[in-house]
Design a protein around this ligand. Structure first.
Ligand code: G
Ligand code: MN
Length: 279
């Protein structure tokens, strides 16, 4: 034991410092979640053919430290995703998302959820409480599930989607292309929207590999009647290429970064035609 500490201190003080900093971050995140010291940041998803038309907003949960600063999600998200804290994050995102939908009847909002949270009792309690006053707000909720987490428990995802579709919610397959889709499951899933991972969008106007990969992902989406969103759009040339190649909507820093203020209060924001599962 002492030997290990000695090794860490003696041979690699940097690793030691990083491990200690990570442990501290985790404890601050834990505190933030327990105290509900969290906010939703909103990022618009715009129509590819009309960037002033906002199809929906993605609500991204941000955890604050005790001084009110945002803790960067990349510092902890992978660590807490499989833990209880990950479930708590999903519950808080749902709670805040439903509140925002109730308070803003003109918007459509997506929140992120891990497939690991399916069946977590707290999630259902938050849903019930959020719908007590007005269950129709669920018509404007989109639940984003990453491809990698959906593939962990495809049967549970199918049953969950079926139940929530009945209640009015829509679903988006997040980071499409970055996970390991077993195409077999595509036939069973009922995703309304696919969000193509930003890695395929980078420099798409001049990267032939990304052009072919995105084209393949779009073909699959179209075959299954899914609406397509390109994530991580940062350049005008990327946006132009995507619009000309059949992508429905775009999201990324080119249009807006996620903000804690409510972007639908902008004069430019319009509602777009409904995106709904029709089956
Ligand atoms: O996994 P998901 O796609 O939900 O993650 C969204 C994350 O991507 C957010 O944390 C957001 O800040 C980030 N993001 C949003 N737009 C862009 C962009 O244009 N470029 C990059 N690199 N990241 C982005
Ligand atoms: Mn997302």
């Amino acid at each position: 034991m002492l030997g290990q500490v000695g090794d860490v201190l003696g041979k690699d003080p940097l690793s030691f410092a990083i491990a200690q900093r990570d442990a501290e971050t985790l404890s601050i995140v834990r505190q933030g979640l327990e105290n509900k010291n969290v906010r939703l940041a909103y990022q618009p998803v715009v129509a590819a053919g009309n960037h002033r038309s906002y199809a929906f907003y993605e609500g991204l949960l941000r955890v604050l430290d005790p001084t009110g600063r945002i803790i960067p999600a990349r510092d902890f998200i992978e660590v807490i995703e499989p833990l209880e804290e990950g479930r708590l994050m999903d519950c808080l995102a749902l709670e805040m998302g439903l509140k925002a939908l109730a308070a803003n009847p003109g918007i459509r909002l997506s929140i992120n959820m891990s497939a690991r949270s399916i069946g977590y009792p707290g999630w259902d309690h938050v849903l019930e409480a959020g719908l007590r006053n007005d269950a129709t707000i669920l018509d404007r909720l989109i639940i984003e599930i990453t491809e990698s987490s959906a593939m962990l428990v495809p049967e549970a995802v199918c049953a969950f989607m079926h139940r929530l579709h009945m209640l009015g919610a829509s679903f988006a397959l997040d980071d499409f292309g970055a996970g390991f889709t077993s195409f077999r499951h595509f036939k069973d899933f009922y995703f309304d929207i696919v969000k193509i991972d930003g890695a395929f969008i980078r420099n798409i106007h001049k990267d032939p590999d990304n052009q072919v990969l995105t084209q393949a992902l779009v073909l699959i989406a179209q075959q299954f009647d899914m609406f397509t969103v390109a994530e991580g759009v940062e350049q005008t040339a990327e946006a132009e290429y995507l619009a000309a190649n059949g992508i429905d909507c775009l999201q990324g820093y080119l249009f807006a970064a996620p903000t804690l203020s409510q972007p639908w209060k902008d004069a430019h924001a319009h509602r777009d035609p409904v995106i709904r599962h029709t089956a």
